[in-house]
Design a binder for this molecule. Sequence first.
Ligand SMILES: *Cc1c(COP(=O)(O)O)cnc(C)c1O
Length: 398
Amino acid sequence: MKTYQVSREGYYGEFGGAFVPEILHRCVEELRNAYLNVMESDSFKQEFHSLLRDYVGRPSPLYPAKRLSDKYGCRIYLKREDLNHTGAHKINNAIGQALIARRMGKKRIIAETGAGQHGVAAATVCALMGMECVVYMGKTDVERQHANVQRMKMLGARVVPVTSGNMTLKDATNKAIRDWCCHPSDTYYIIGSTVGPHPYPDMVARLQSVISEEIRKQLLEHEGRDYPDYLIACIGGGSNAAGTIYHYLDDGRVKIVLAEAGGKGIDTPLSAATIHLGLPGVIHGSHTLVMQDEDGQILEPYSISAGLDYPGVGPMHANLARQHRATVLAVNDDEAVRAAFELTRLEGIIPALESAHALGALEKLRFRPDDLVVLTVSGRGDKDMDTYMKEMKSEKQE
Ligand SMILES: *Cc1c(COP(=O)(O)O)cnc(C)c1O
């Protein structure tokens, strides 16, 4: 049977694999041998699900958005990951990986972060579990995302500003990998999305799959059927999207729409639309689509949203696009901002800028009145208020 899930060797079609320096082979092997056994053990499942319920606040609601539905002429449900503790879906993954790390006997946690959301999730979980936490963050991002840096510090994490390259997420990730190389035996690297060497993309997708597990149950309660016609999510590395679609990957009744960050437009140099613009290559241990020039130099991505500003994409998503299982739309900065204001005014929900890209996909699709649409709101917009206020001001002046 054709499947869009990972193969035993860690591949999604031609994408995936584990391309790591010699010194990390053992670490990645160790994790690969451990992760499924740990995740399928009763003790892990019980601890993970208790924390998701009592600490994160799951299940997150599946909210029928009446006024938004009227606007687009279909029936839209919002999966409210914005209501999770720490404000986004990232906490699901951070808790799961910290529990895996503990069961592997690791004492020290490292993480990379761009906008700071994953750093905050990792720091939160380390405080909860009493583990040491070091977060690598590009110096540019440290300056841009000051509030999240403060949160991480208050939570007890050490935030290391990275000054190589453009001083953003890609450089922070390189630095985290280098740290891992120096401390392979006691350190666990919590990657924040469905990227990196196998088994990370599959492990993160499984940890986030609680989202689609809940969607199935909640749709059945609301609608008497457990699948939608459309699933819509934004993609940076791809973890909230992977969680949203996980249980529907091989269900042909469900159309999958992924929104990547168009930036100023895919025909300009300022974009982060990796699936539209990328070519096959290796980034951070995975063979996937990468934004690169003719010499294979990685190009600096741009998006108004710091969480989508990554020059690679998860191998699962590269394959879904290649196989035409998913429709991938590039949603530009202005379209995302407009969609964020629209949701706010129609439903009283201020979404994260990342999630606003998923909302921006709605106007690019043609629905029938009885279409059931589930759209994941990956996070809340508190962290983006400065950007939203700037956009509101410039709109008024026009
Ligand atoms: C980090 C982040 C994203 C992008 O990451 P994915 O791995 O693609 O989900 C999207 N939305 C929010 C709110 C985020 O914090």
